[in-house]
Design a protein around this ligand. Structure first.
Ligand SMILES: Nc1ncnc2c1ncn2[C@@H]1O[C@H](COP(=O)(O)OP(=O)(O)O)[C@@H](O)[C@H]1O
Ligand SMILES: [Mg+2]
Length: 252
């Protein structure tokens, strides 16, 4: 199967080698969990490591903010834009929706001109202001995502989760529309806040089922080890497993 590598070591391994090509992949997490960083890294690594030009469509931050944030990780986005390998576009869900529905729209234009293969939408949460009706929202999201896939793009979509800690994914909407669903969570362990990652689903592929730790470092997103001896991670409030239970499995 054709895999689209994120270039993030531990993450590609969890995904069985990477995202499937021309699929829509949702990253959900609270503010500051690293969704934008993950998206920028997916695009940057695509250009540098796989020679796949990329688009970043943002509904919330100005392109300047992305250049600035990317530079902090050592990624020179302005240079990549000058070379025609990257385009950061600030727009609105209204405009984007109409754009993908029309032939010869902006996104189609970038795909043709640059040969864009990857796109990040940061974030899908803004679509919710287009309608109050959940059924209509799902259909808007579905049409938008399918239009991107028709352009043969591999899509990384971010989505703001409303709570800081705890279980909060809402499987009534966009989770059904996407091909894979990754959850980023803050977890409180021994009075410290750490970050946890889970691949909730991945259509048509095997994937890691366990919960891993990750961090945002000066190099970007880094997936680390499993959480050992902890349960209740997704509740945001893990408990140490009974010591005897752990001892039964850990040889001294
Ligand atoms: N250069 C950097 N080095 C280390 N950590 C960083 C750097 N830049 C941002 N971060 C961390 O990443 C987090 C923000 O990630 P971001 O991708 O903007 O989150 P989100 O899009 O989910 O709100 C911040 O909380 C910050 O701690
Ligand atoms: Mg963000």
């Amino acid at each position: 199967m054709d895999r689209v590598k994120t270039g993030i070591t531990g993450l590609d391994e969890m995904l069985g080698g990477g995202f499937l090509r021309e699929t829509a992949n949702l990253i959900e997490g609270a503010p500051g969990t690293g969704k934008t960083t993950l998206g920028m890294q997916f695009i940057y690594n695509g250009i540098i490591q796989e020679n796949e030009p990329g688009l970043i469509i943002t509904f919330e931050e100005f392109p300047k903010q992305y250049y600035h944030d990317a530079a902090a990780f050592g990624w020179n986005f302005q240079e990549l834009e000058k070379k025609g390998l990257l385009k950061v576009v600030m727009t609105s869900p209204e405009v984007s929706r109409l754009d993908v529905e029309s032939v010869g729209g902006m996104i189609e234009g970038y795909v043709d001109q640059m040969g864009a293969r990857r796109v990040v939408i940061d974030s899908m949460s803004h679509f919710s202001r287009l309608t109050q009706d959940p059924v209509e929202l799902r259909s808007l999201e579905f049409n938008f995502i399918n239009a991107l896939k028709r352009e043969r793009l591999t899509c990384l979509l971010t989505r703001e989760s409303p709570v800081l800690l705890g279980e909060a994914y809402d499987d009534s909407s966009i989770g059904f529309v996407v091909d894979s669903y990754l959850i980023l969570r803050y977890v409180e362990i021994e009075s410290a806040i750490r970050k946890a990652l889970l691949v909730l689903k991945m259509r048509g592929s095997d994937h890691a089922k366990d919960i891993r730790q990750y961090d945002i470092t000066a190099q970007g997103f880094e997936v680390q080890s499993k959480f050992e001896g902890q349960e209740g991670i997704l509740s945001g409030n893990p408990r140490r497993m009974a010591a005897s239970f752990v001892e039964a499995f850990v040889k001294r």
